[in-house]
Design a protein around this ligand. Sequence first.
Ligand SMILES: C[S@@+](CC[C@H](N)C(=O)[O-])C[C@H]1O[C@@H](n2cnc3c(N)ncnc32)[C@H](O)[C@@H]1O
Length: 228
Amino acid sequence: MSKGPGVQKMFDAIAPNYDLMNRVMTMGQDQRWRRFVVGKAGDPGQGWVLDLATGTGDIASLMGRSYQGAHVIGADFSLNMLQEAKKRFQEQTIAWQACDANYLPYKDSSFESVTFGYLLRNVDDSLRVLKEVYRVLKPGGRVICLDTTPPEKNIFYPFVRFYFRFGIPFLGRLIASDEAAYAYLTGSTMDFHNAEELAGIFTEAGFVKVDYKKFMMGTIGVHWGQKS
Ligand SMILES: C[S@@+](CC[C@H](N)C(=O)[O-])C[C@H]1O[C@@H](n2cnc3c(N)ncnc32)[C@H](O)[C@@H]1O
Protein backbone atom coordinates (compact mmCIF):
# COMPACT_ATOMS: atom_id res chain seq x y z
CA MET A 1 0.00 0.00 0.00
CA SER A 2 1.24 3.51 -0.82
CA LYS A 3 2.55 5.64 2.07
CA GLY A 4 1.05 8.78 0.48
CA PRO A 5 -2.47 9.01 1.97
CA GLY A 6 -1.29 8.22 5.53
CA VAL A 7 1.59 10.71 5.29
CA GLN A 8 -0.73 13.41 3.93
CA LYS A 9 -3.23 12.86 6.76
CA MET A 10 -0.46 12.90 9.37
CA PHE A 11 1.00 16.23 8.17
CA ASP A 12 -2.46 17.75 7.91
CA ALA A 13 -2.96 16.83 11.58
CA ILE A 14 0.37 18.12 12.97
CA ALA A 15 0.53 21.30 10.83
CA PRO A 16 -0.37 23.78 13.66
CA ASN A 17 2.41 22.51 15.97
CA TYR A 18 4.96 21.57 13.33
CA ASP A 19 7.28 24.59 13.68
CA LEU A 20 7.49 24.61 17.47
CA MET A 21 8.12 20.87 17.51
CA ASN A 22 10.87 21.27 14.90
CA ARG A 23 12.70 23.95 16.88
CA VAL A 24 12.55 22.00 20.15
CA MET A 25 13.35 18.59 18.67
CA THR A 26 16.43 19.87 16.79
CA MET A 27 17.56 22.10 19.70
CA GLY A 28 17.18 25.14 17.45
CA GLN A 29 19.50 23.80 14.72
CA ASP A 30 16.94 23.23 11.95
CA GLN A 31 17.14 26.71 10.40
CA ARG A 32 20.92 26.43 10.13
CA TRP A 33 20.55 23.34 7.92
CA ARG A 34 17.92 25.08 5.80
CA ARG A 35 20.28 28.04 5.31
CA PHE A 36 22.94 25.57 4.16
CA VAL A 37 20.44 24.16 1.61
CA VAL A 38 19.66 27.64 0.29
CA GLY A 39 23.37 28.48 0.03
CA LYS A 40 23.99 25.31 -1.97
CA ALA A 41 21.10 26.17 -4.33
CA GLY A 42 22.84 29.41 -5.27
CA ASP A 43 21.41 32.60 -6.73
CA PRO A 44 19.00 31.79 -9.59
CA GLY A 45 18.91 35.40 -10.82
CA GLN A 46 15.41 36.12 -12.14
CA GLY A 47 14.72 32.40 -12.63
CA TRP A 48 12.17 30.05 -11.07
CA VAL A 49 12.95 27.82 -8.08
CA LEU A 50 10.82 25.08 -6.53
CA ASP A 51 10.75 24.10 -2.87
CA LEU A 52 9.03 20.75 -2.90
CA ALA A 53 7.42 19.34 0.30
CA THR A 54 7.64 22.92 1.47
CA GLY A 55 5.50 22.21 4.53
CA THR A 56 5.17 25.43 6.52
CA GLY A 57 7.44 27.16 4.01
CA ASP A 58 10.77 27.78 5.76
CA ILE A 59 13.06 26.85 2.85
CA ALA A 60 10.87 28.66 0.30
CA SER A 61 10.87 31.77 2.46
CA LEU A 62 14.65 31.66 2.94
CA MET A 63 15.11 31.27 -0.84
CA GLY A 64 12.97 34.35 -1.45
CA ARG A 65 14.76 36.41 1.19
CA SER A 66 18.25 35.32 0.14
CA TYR A 67 17.79 35.76 -3.62
CA GLN A 68 15.58 38.79 -4.17
CA GLY A 69 15.17 38.30 -7.93
CA ALA A 70 14.05 34.66 -7.62
CA HIS A 71 10.53 33.49 -8.46
CA VAL A 72 9.73 30.97 -5.73
CA ILE A 73 7.16 28.18 -5.71
CA GLY A 74 6.48 26.29 -2.46
CA ALA A 75 4.63 23.04 -3.19
CA ASP A 76 3.22 20.33 -0.93
CA PHE A 77 0.37 17.81 -0.90
CA SER A 78 -0.77 18.74 2.64
CA LEU A 79 -3.21 21.62 2.36
CA ASN A 80 -3.00 22.35 6.09
CA MET A 81 0.79 22.70 5.92
CA LEU A 82 0.41 25.06 2.93
CA GLN A 83 -2.18 27.04 4.88
CA GLU A 84 0.36 27.55 7.70
CA ALA A 85 3.00 28.59 5.16
CA LYS A 86 0.67 31.19 3.64
CA LYS A 87 -0.15 32.60 7.08
CA ARG A 88 3.51 32.76 8.16
CA PHE A 89 4.93 34.40 5.07
CA GLN A 90 2.10 36.68 3.89
CA GLU A 91 4.50 39.52 3.16
CA GLN A 92 6.49 37.47 0.64
CA THR A 93 5.45 36.81 -2.94
CA ILE A 94 5.72 33.04 -2.96
CA ALA A 95 3.39 30.90 -5.08
CA TRP A 96 2.05 28.20 -2.74
CA GLN A 97 0.84 25.24 -4.77
CA ALA A 98 -0.69 21.85 -3.98
CA CYS A 99 0.99 18.92 -5.69
CA ASP A 100 2.29 15.41 -5.21
CA ALA A 101 6.05 15.00 -5.63
CA ASN A 102 5.47 11.81 -7.63
CA TYR A 103 3.66 13.69 -10.41
CA LEU A 104 5.01 17.22 -10.71
CA PRO A 105 2.65 19.51 -12.64
CA TYR A 106 5.52 21.44 -14.27
CA LYS A 107 7.02 21.37 -17.73
CA ASP A 108 10.43 19.82 -18.43
CA SER A 109 13.41 22.11 -17.73
CA SER A 110 11.47 24.76 -15.77
CA PHE A 111 13.60 25.41 -12.67
CA GLU A 112 17.06 26.71 -11.81
CA SER A 113 16.96 24.73 -8.57
CA VAL A 114 14.69 22.33 -6.68
CA THR A 115 15.03 21.99 -2.91
CA PHE A 116 13.22 19.69 -0.50
CA GLY A 117 13.39 19.17 3.23
CA TYR A 118 12.36 15.82 4.74
CA LEU A 119 10.53 14.55 1.65
CA LEU A 120 12.26 11.41 0.44
CA ARG A 121 11.86 9.49 3.70
CA ASN A 122 8.11 9.88 3.22
CA VAL A 123 7.75 8.59 -0.34
CA ASP A 124 7.50 5.02 -1.64
CA ASP A 125 10.20 5.36 -4.27
CA SER A 126 12.97 7.97 -3.89
CA LEU A 127 14.31 7.21 -7.37
CA ARG A 128 10.98 7.97 -9.01
CA VAL A 129 10.73 11.35 -7.22
CA LEU A 130 14.34 12.21 -8.07
CA LYS A 131 13.68 11.43 -11.74
CA GLU A 132 10.68 13.78 -11.65
CA VAL A 133 12.88 16.47 -10.07
CA TYR A 134 15.52 15.85 -12.75
CA ARG A 135 12.88 16.27 -15.46
CA VAL A 136 11.69 19.69 -14.22
CA LEU A 137 15.21 21.10 -13.67
CA LYS A 138 16.94 23.10 -16.38
CA PRO A 139 20.24 21.66 -17.65
CA GLY A 140 22.84 22.69 -15.08
CA GLY A 141 20.08 23.16 -12.49
CA ARG A 142 20.71 22.08 -8.91
CA VAL A 143 18.89 19.72 -6.56
CA ILE A 144 19.39 20.00 -2.79
CA CYS A 145 17.84 17.56 -0.36
CA LEU A 146 17.73 17.81 3.43
CA ASP A 147 16.63 14.75 5.37
CA THR A 148 17.23 12.64 8.42
CA THR A 149 19.74 9.80 8.10
CA PRO A 150 19.96 6.54 10.05
CA PRO A 151 22.48 7.18 12.84
CA GLU A 152 25.96 5.73 12.44
CA LYS A 153 27.25 3.28 14.99
CA ASN A 154 29.75 5.72 16.54
CA ILE A 155 30.28 6.91 20.14
CA PHE A 156 27.09 8.97 19.98
CA TYR A 157 24.97 5.99 18.89
CA PRO A 158 23.56 4.96 22.33
CA PHE A 159 22.55 8.55 23.08
CA VAL A 160 21.04 9.11 19.60
CA ARG A 161 19.16 5.80 19.73
CA PHE A 162 17.71 6.68 23.14
CA TYR A 163 16.67 10.14 21.91
CA PHE A 164 15.08 8.65 18.77
CA ARG A 165 13.26 5.89 20.62
CA PHE A 166 12.04 7.79 23.65
CA GLY A 167 12.95 11.51 23.50
CA ILE A 168 11.33 12.47 20.21
CA PRO A 169 8.05 10.53 20.72
CA PHE A 170 7.85 12.02 24.23
CA LEU A 171 8.26 15.56 22.84
CA GLY A 172 5.69 14.70 20.17
CA ARG A 173 3.19 13.80 22.87
CA LEU A 174 4.02 16.88 24.94
CA ILE A 175 4.12 19.53 22.22
CA ALA A 176 2.08 18.19 19.31
CA SER A 177 -0.20 15.82 21.27
CA ASP A 178 0.71 13.24 18.65
CA GLU A 179 3.20 10.65 19.81
CA ALA A 180 2.47 8.38 16.82
CA ALA A 181 3.50 10.99 14.23
CA TYR A 182 6.86 11.45 15.91
CA ALA A 183 7.36 7.73 16.47
CA TYR A 184 6.82 7.51 12.69
CA LEU A 185 9.59 10.09 12.20
CA THR A 186 12.12 8.00 14.10
CA GLY A 187 10.94 4.70 12.55
CA SER A 188 11.10 6.08 9.01
CA THR A 189 14.57 7.50 9.70
CA MET A 190 15.93 4.16 10.90
CA ASP A 191 14.45 2.47 7.77
CA PHE A 192 15.72 5.13 5.35
CA HIS A 193 18.76 4.84 3.04
CA ASN A 194 22.06 5.78 4.60
CA ALA A 195 23.78 8.84 3.15
CA GLU A 196 26.04 6.85 0.82
CA GLU A 197 23.14 4.80 -0.60
CA LEU A 198 21.06 7.94 -1.10
CA ALA A 199 23.93 9.58 -3.01
CA GLY A 200 23.92 6.50 -5.27
CA ILE A 201 20.19 6.99 -5.98
CA PHE A 202 20.83 10.62 -6.97
CA THR A 203 23.43 9.37 -9.44
CA GLU A 204 21.04 6.68 -10.74
CA ALA A 205 18.43 9.40 -11.36
CA GLY A 206 20.94 11.12 -13.67
CA PHE A 207 22.47 13.77 -11.42
CA VAL A 208 26.17 14.61 -11.60
CA LYS A 209 28.51 16.24 -9.05
CA VAL A 210 26.59 14.42 -6.31
CA ASP A 211 27.86 14.90 -2.78
CA TYR A 212 26.58 15.26 0.77
CA LYS A 213 27.34 16.67 4.21
CA LYS A 214 26.11 15.40 7.56
CA PHE A 215 25.01 17.39 10.59
CA MET A 216 23.83 16.76 14.17
CA MET A 217 25.97 13.77 15.11
CA GLY A 218 25.40 12.24 11.67
CA THR A 219 21.59 12.12 11.93
CA ILE A 220 20.89 14.83 9.33
CA GLY A 221 22.16 14.76 5.75
CA VAL A 222 22.14 17.34 2.98
CA HIS A 223 22.65 15.87 -0.49
CA TRP A 224 23.14 17.86 -3.65
CA GLY A 225 23.68 17.32 -7.34
CA GLN A 226 23.30 18.91 -10.74
CA LYS A 227 21.42 18.10 -13.95
CA SER A 228 24.02 17.57 -16.65
C1 LIG B 1 8.63 16.96 7.63
S1 LIG B 1 7.72 18.03 6.57
C2 LIG B 1 8.98 19.12 5.96
C3 LIG B 1 8.52 20.50 5.64
C4 LIG B 1 9.61 21.47 5.21
N1 LIG B 1 10.26 21.06 4.02
C5 LIG B 1 10.62 21.73 6.30
O1 LIG B 1 11.80 21.88 6.00
O2 LIG B 1 10.23 21.85 7.46
C6 LIG B 1 7.50 16.96 5.18
C7 LIG B 1 6.53 17.54 4.16
O3 LIG B 1 6.55 16.70 3.02
C8 LIG B 1 5.24 16.67 2.49
N2 LIG B 1 5.14 15.50 1.61
C9 LIG B 1 5.36 14.21 1.93
N3 LIG B 1 5.17 13.43 0.86
C10 LIG B 1 4.83 14.26 -0.16
C11 LIG B 1 4.52 14.03 -1.53
N4 LIG B 1 4.49 12.82 -2.06
N5 LIG B 1 4.21 15.10 -2.30
C12 LIG B 1 4.22 16.35 -1.78
N6 LIG B 1 4.50 16.63 -0.48
C13 LIG B 1 4.82 15.58 0.31
C14 LIG B 1 4.36 16.62 3.72
O4 LIG B 1 3.03 17.00 3.46
C15 LIG B 1 5.08 17.59 4.67
O5 LIG B 1 4.59 18.88 4.58
